[in-house]
Design a protein around this ligand. Structure first.
Ligand SMILES: Cc1cc2nc3c(=O)[nH]c(=O)nc-3n(C[C@H](O)[C@H](O)[C@H](O)COP(=O)(O)OP(=O)(O)OC[C@H]3O[C@@H](n4cnc5c(N)ncnc54)[C@H](O)[C@@H]3O)c2cc1C
Length: 309
């Protein structure tokens, strides 16, 4: 029986695993790969020498340590979590896609969230070369460049507002229109470098190596190609919380609700990083949350009368 099973090998899972190992817990990390979305990086033409601390170095160190300690990790996908009733405390069985099962006293879920794609032909090819899903991460790189934001919600408004503080021009393409009573919308309408295109759609992203233009279609069906060096798909994130949807409380968007110690509504199940309702999808935040979840799981095991460590 493991003390802690960590599901997910991104920054949150890697930090949690390393903290658990430091506490000398019996730990297993289950993930198909190590690094998660910290493996993404944005490159733009002429952007050499831009320095920003993203946490990449820490992720690399944590990943190498776990690659070396191969008894603490398995390359697989968790497929199901089954609670096992105990006298006062539950334990858990984790079943995997490869047909294995492991038992544990506590779980840390760190499965992240996936951005909703635009589903355009060149999107995948130009991802990280002008195509982004995270203005929080990449807007500062668009200093005096032209960028488009695609989305119809508060998230798209927020991303356009952040970009407008640095970019020379921002096109906000809102296929389904935008919230009418938003203060942010009113502010964007006043900004000279922002153009709002409601009921327009993006039909193409173009570029040879880097994004250099997009095609926009107006409500009458007319298409026009416009130069931009970035496209931000801001349709939202889909939290990977299916594994626990019948076990712990989720918010209305499917994020796992956690308290300030990364505890979910079910004792023994902790969660960290982008899969949770914690603010800020960033590598540095996920690293901190993963460390916090490990400390909280450790305290849970210390207090648990039935748990031998
Ligand atoms: C395109 C893009 C660019 C970004 N750029 C930046 C940036 O420049 N700076 C920055 O700070 N942040 C950036 N971010 C955000 C950052 O990558 C995330 O906030 C961070 O990686 C979240 O870490 P996480 O560990 O919670 O989840 P993730 O990194 O998403 O990792 C989730 C892990 O869980 C695994 N997993 C999922 N389901 C299962 C399962 N059933 N069983 C086992 N394992 C599973 C996945 O394989 C993965 O290993 C970017 C995000 C995207 C999408």
């Amino acid at each position: 029986m493991y003390d802690v099973i960590i599901i997910g090998g991104g920054p949150a899972g890697l930090a949690a695993a390393n903290y658990c190992l430091h506490k000398r817990l019996e730990v297993l990390l289950i993930a198909p790969e190590l690094g998660g979305k910290a493996n993404y990086r944005m490159h733009l033409a002429g952007l050499e020498g831009y320095e920003h601390i993203t946490g990449e170095e820490i992720v690399r160190t944590f990943r190498s340590r776990l690659q070396y300690l191969d008894f603490a990790r398995v390359r697989d996908l968790a497929a199901k979590i089954e609670p096992i009733a105990g006298e006062n405390y539950e334990t858990f069985r984790v079943l995997t896609q490869k047909g294995k099962h492991y038992t544990t006293k506590a779980i840390i879920l760190a499965t992240g969230a996936d951005p909703i794609r635009l589903h355009l032909p060149e999107e995948e090819h130009l991802l990280g070369r002008g195509v982004s899903y995270s203005a929080i991460s990449h807007a500062p790189l668009f200093w005096e460049r032209e960028a488009a934001v695609v989305g119809s919600t508060d998230l798209a408004l927020r991303s356009a507002a952040e970009l407008a503080t640095v970019a020379s021009r921002v096109l906000l393409i809102a296929p389904e229109g935008l919230p009418t009573k938003s203060a942010l919308r009113r502010k964007l309408e006043q900004m000279e470098n922002v153009t709002i295109l409601e009921r327009h759609v993006i039909t193409g992203i173009h570029g040879n190596g880097y994004v250099n233009s997009i095609t926009i279609q107006d409500p009458a069906g007319r298409k026009q190609e416009t130069p931009v060096s970035g496209v931000f798909g801001e349709l939202g994130l889909r939290p990977c919380s299916d594994l626990v949807k019948n076990l712990v409380e989720l918010d209305e968007e499917g994020y796992v609700k956690v308290d300030d110690r990364c505890r979910t509504s079910r004792p023994g199940i902790f969660a960290a990083g982008d899969v949770t309702d914690t603010f800020g999808e960033q590598v540095l935040i996920a690293l901190g949350e993963g460390a916090k979840a490990a400390l909280a799981a450790f305290d849970y095991l210390l207090e648990c009368e039935e748990c031998e460590m």
